[in-house]
Ligand binder design. Structure first.
Ligand code: PGA
Length: 255
């Protein structure tokens, strides 16, 4: 279990939104989340909208971040965006190693580790995603896969870099599918992750915020967040619907 117990709910908008729809969504979040205490909230927006998000959320207490970043800080890397630039736009967080980037953009464990290091180097809180595919789960390899993904980053970044970091367990088979891991399944993997890190450094493991991601909805959020090692959620589809995201944040702030 995380010491201190602070929860985090982060929205992952993926490649969705427009200036007009974002404005509506952000205004609804600012008013809907204002009365909530006892948890932190954030949205991870596509790069072009970070300036808009920064303007709309300034002073609201809601944080923001990006969905990936370059492993480099500057240079001839056409199309890439550095952690330094994200910092410039007030980002607190950067998602690293989301399964869609692993699968669709060929990001392997070592690159994910380099991105984690780049986030840290630039003062960003990485939200490191790990999780198995359905085939891997069916073969009984969930822990092997999660351990491999975790160990690769640990090896590159060192355990100290995990102090205060955020990890998201996102079983690939539960992302955008409407199929959620049961609270017990998710809790099992979360406990495994915290235990694995605590073998390197128990004090650091106790500072980790462990999010569950994969079809979190207002109807299942409370039960998931009630698990001892689930410290909040990384929310895809439901983060695009203000009422749903606020309801999930309410479940997290209820304690
Ligand atoms: P989902 O996505 O909530 O739509 O399943 C979660 C994620 O990919 O971060």
């Amino acid at each position: 279990m995380k010491s201190g117990g602070g929860r985090l709910v982060a929205g992952n908008w993926k490649m969705h939104g427009s200036l007009a729809t974002n404005r509506q969504l952000l205004k609804a979040l600012v008013s809907g989340l204002a009365p909530l205490h006892g948890a932190e909230f954030a949205v991870c927006a596509p790069f072009p909208y970070l300036a808009q998000v920064a303007t709309e959320l300034a002073g609201s207490g809601i944080g923001w971040g990006a969905q990936t970043l370059s492993e480099h800080d500057a240079g001839a890397f056409t199309g890439e965006v550095s952690g330094e630039m994200l910092k410039d736009f007030g980002c607190t967080y950067a998602i690293v190693g989301h399964s869609e980037r692993r699968q669709l953009n060929g990001e392997g464990d070592v690159l994910v580790g380099s991105k984690f290091v780049a986030a840290r180097r630039n003062g960003l809180v990485p939200i490191l995603c790990v999780g198995e595919t359905l085939e891997e789960r069916d073969r009984g390899e969930t822990e092997v896969v999660v351990a491999r993904q975790l160990d690769a980053v640990l090896k590159l970044a060192g355990v100290g870099a995990f102090r205060g970091a955020v990890l998201a367990y996102e079983p690939v088979w539960a992302i955008g599918t409407g199929r959620t891991a049961t609270p017990a399944q998710a809790q099992g993997v979360h406990a495994f992750i915290r235990d694995r890190l605590s073998r390197s450094d128990a004090a650091v493991a106790a500072t980790l915020t462990l999010l569950y991601g994969g079809s979190v909805k207002p109807g299942n959020a409370a039960e998931l967040f009630a698990q001892p090692d689930i410290d909040g959620g990384l929310i895809g589809g439901a983060s695009l619907v203000a009422g749903d995201f606020v309801a999930i944040c309410e479940a997290a702030s209820r304690g």
